[in-house]
Design a protein around this ligand. Structure first.
Ligand SMILES: Nc1ncnc2c1ncn2[C@@H]1O[C@H](COP(=O)(O)OP(=O)(O)OP(=O)(O)O)[C@@H](O)[C@H]1O
Length: 191
């Protein structure tokens, strides 16, 4: 895996008229993970979008080494295509193993994406993530809709990723079992 590092310096984020957090700093290097916790609306998704470069910080800066991949509530798969073809489209571009068998997706190859259940869609999003082979994973509520076995599987995949030298940020109000993860309680940085 290519080298990975992700840092935030004195980060602040404003949505509309409200500053959600300020003075947020962290450094993550190869093999490290951060669990960003806090209740609905505290700014977890906004933080991930700032880190991904999709939202401009109100103050502070983000620096990184290595490519990033983001999993959030949006599934970047064509709704009308069967899952197998939708994932194959990205597979050709990304060029890495999507772990379809491990994620239990192989039997769903012929099912149109729009017919998939919430948990199946989330597993498809994780497959796309795995296929990107990016060293930095940004995961927004990655366990939403997953059953107990799939939760354990995704936790194991993130552990494998950090074990191989990747970096992971998990934004979730749910517990996420990952021995290497530090915890950041976002409301502690409320403005
Ligand atoms: N485009 C926007 N303009 C104004 N306010 C916004 C915008 N997007 C989000 N917000 C507000 O910013 C706050 C933080 O939203 P965000 O989605 O980052 O929270 P969150 O911690 O991820 O919540 P959840 O746990 O419910 O997903 C919320 O009060 C939300 O209404």
């Amino acid at each position: 895996m290519e080298p990975a590092r992700l840092s935030a310096r004195a980060l602040a984020c404003r949505r509309g008229e409200r500053v959600l957090f300020r003075g947020l700093s962290f450094d993550l290097s190869a093999g490290e993970a951060l669990h960003v916790a806090g209740p609905n609306g505290c700014g977890k998704t906004s933080l991930l979008r700032v880190l991904a470069g999709l939202l401009r910080p109100f103050a502070g800066e983000v620096s990184r080494e290595g490519a990033m991949a983001l999993v959030d509530g949006r599934l970047a798969l064509d709704d009308h295509l069967p899952l197998g073809r939708a994932l194959a489209f990205w597979g050709r571009l990304d060029g890495h193993d999507q772990h379809l068998d491990r994620l239990g997706l192989a039997p769903l190859a012929d099912v149109p994406v729009r017919y998939l259940s919430t948990g199946q869609k989330k597993r498809a999003a994780i497959a796309r993530l795995a296929g990107q082979n990016a060293p930095i994973w940004l995961l927004d509520e990655p366990l939403n809709g997953l059953d107990t076995d799939a939760v354990a599987l995704v936790e194991a995949m993130v552990a494998d990723h950090t074990g191989a030298g990747g970096v992971a940020i998990i934004a979730s109000h749910q517990p996420f079992r990952l021995a290497a993860a530090r915890r950041l309680h976002l409301p502690d940085h409320a403005a």
